[in-house]
Ligand binder design. Sequence first.
Ligand code: SF4
Length: 294
Amino acid sequence: MPTILNPDLRRALADRVRFYNELGIYDFYRRGQSIAQTESALIEAEPQGESSSQPELREEMSPRKSAVVAKPADENIFEVLNARPEQSVTDPVAALKLIREDLGDCTRCKLHKQGRKQIVFGVGNPQADLMFVGEGPGADEDVQGEPFVGRAGQLLNNMIKAMGLRREDVYIANVVKCRPPGNRTPERDECDTCSPFLMRQIAVVKPKVVVALGAVAAKNLLAINAPMSELRGRFYDFMPSGARSSDPNWQGAKLAVTYHPAFLLRDPRQKGEAWKDLQMVMKYLGLKPPSQNV
Ligand code: SF4
């Protein structure tokens, strides 16, 4: 016999789902928990301090992870609210456009009021086999509205060329889409707020390989905290959070980690190591190296 949700809980669930949708999160999974437990949890789900005795509620509030909600007897509210706009189209160009429209003139994190000139969404082949993900826009990117167009961008272009590809063959994006002031490292809350849109971009492009450029990108994509020396040199199985693993056309990407081009500009001795990372990717993608190196 189906459980009938009380109307207040139903409204609270719908409001919560809308809240996550606003953050760009559309997919939810069900934790093995009774309706009664969840109802009680939702009623008490105000933000808790460090000493909270309900760690799973803090987890639920973290926008980096899928929201945890119980599956109610009446699922229609989720069927309607969970649908991401881009899932209504099959053309990746149109899908990326819908994500950009969903992002809008974004004010979801504090970077919107710290001097950004514009949002830097992403650029490249919407069906690329290879995707590069950096940390965030710098000054040149902020002016031009395109990722990796400054000196670091020129080096990335050379790296792409050395792989036997052109810039327009790959897709390029960042973890955060607004320039952090003074090119500081984006903060955790900024990455957590913005990265769901990156995850949606990856889910649309469906690359075979994602290359994380630098530790910030690697840690945000993989949700692990480790030094570059441990992150590099291997492939990770990667499925962007929120992507439907049941998509018959795409079972996720391989993810490799290498140095950010800006770091390589500061320490050119590491270019050889970066080249090893790219060669690993080339081998996987069956790319033939042209004569010149990075
Ligand atoms: S960094 Fe991302 S979440 Fe923050 S304001 Fe810019 S687009 Fe919005």
